[in-house]
Design a protein around this ligand. Structure first.
Ligand code: 13P
Length: 266
């Protein structure tokens, strides 16, 4: 059975109390999740410790939304990858488009963060994606290649390391807009481009590709049909219990039967 990854990026949608309430509610449902579904939540840095304890006890993974690459020092407002690891995190997002575009994070900074995530023993979830303008100009592959090369080229990946590298394809224009990328297009980008380039750049790592951008209960099955897409990274719809549970439910619905082969039709 295909292993499915459901990653919930709570962004800055929930305050401390709301995060703890949702974490407890999810933990209460965790026994119902099928064994081939691995769920991970990325709460805000503030809520991560308390919500994380509840989630981990229920078998749900916990990740940081952003890290700083220096372990300790005079960096007001930052939290290092090592500190997240010590607080019980297993995963960390890096290069999310909101970090790149709203906070001016460069490819070089993404690389430094990725290296710090690996050094701290966390599993990275590298986010890549093109803007609407870049897509209109036919530059999707060019942009993805720049982002992937900057992050992965000559990256030291210890041979015995069994951590996978998650790559989330999140087209910027699909994030928080309700305008999800068509699953055929997302599959083509994941299959024809991201997977091939990531394997070429980092042959030692097991690469797992996710899709992110306006994932909803109604469209999740389409992404999971793709051979090279093993899960989703969800923002807004993951911060509401009912929607998130519907996403989880629909992620494991049996795929539609293949079309009848001509000649066998009655
Ligand atoms: P939405 O699901 O709200 O579009 O956000 C996607 C995302 O940015 C996940 O990291």
């Amino acid at each position: 059975m295909k292993q499915i990854y459901l990653f919930a990026n709570w962004k800055m949608y929930l305050d401390f109390d709301e995060s703890n309430i949702l974490a407890n509610a999810l933990a209460g449902e965790a026994e119902k999740f099928p064994t081939n579904v691995k769920m991970t939540v990325f709460p805000s840095a503030l809520s991560l410790y308390s919500a994380g304890q509840v989630l981990r006890d229920a078998g749900i993974g916990v990740g940081a939304q952003n890290v700083y690459w220096v372990d300790k020092g005079g960096y007001t407002g930052e939290v290092s990858a090592q500190m997240f690891q010590a607080a019980g995190c297993e995963y960390a997002l890096v290069g999310h488009s909101e970090r790149r575009h709203q906070f001016g994070e460069s490819n070089h900074e993404v690389r430094q963060k990725l290296e710090a995530i690996l050094a701290a023993g966390l599993t990275p979830v590298l986010c890549v994606g093109e803007t609407a303008k870049e897509r209109e100009e036919g530059k999707t592959e060019e942009v993805l290649e720049i982002q992937l090369r900057a992050a992965l080229q000559n990256l030291a990946w210890p041979k015995e390391d069994e951590r996978p590298l998650f790559i989330a394809y999140e087209p910027v224009w699909a994030i928080g807009t309700g305008n999800a990328c068509d699953d055929t297009e997302a599959c083509a980008v994941a299959h024809n481009f991201i997977d091939k380039l990531a394997v070429e750049l980092l042959p030692a790592a097991a690469v797992i590709i996710l899709y992110g951008g306006s994932v909803r209960p109604e469209n999740i099955a389409g992404y999971l049909k793709c051979e090279n897409v093993s899960g989703v990274l969800v923002g807004g719809a993951s911060a509401k219990l009912e929607t998130w549970l519907d996403i989880a439910k629909n992620a494991v619905l049996p795929l539609p039967a293949p079309p009848l082969i001509k000649g066998r039709e009655k």
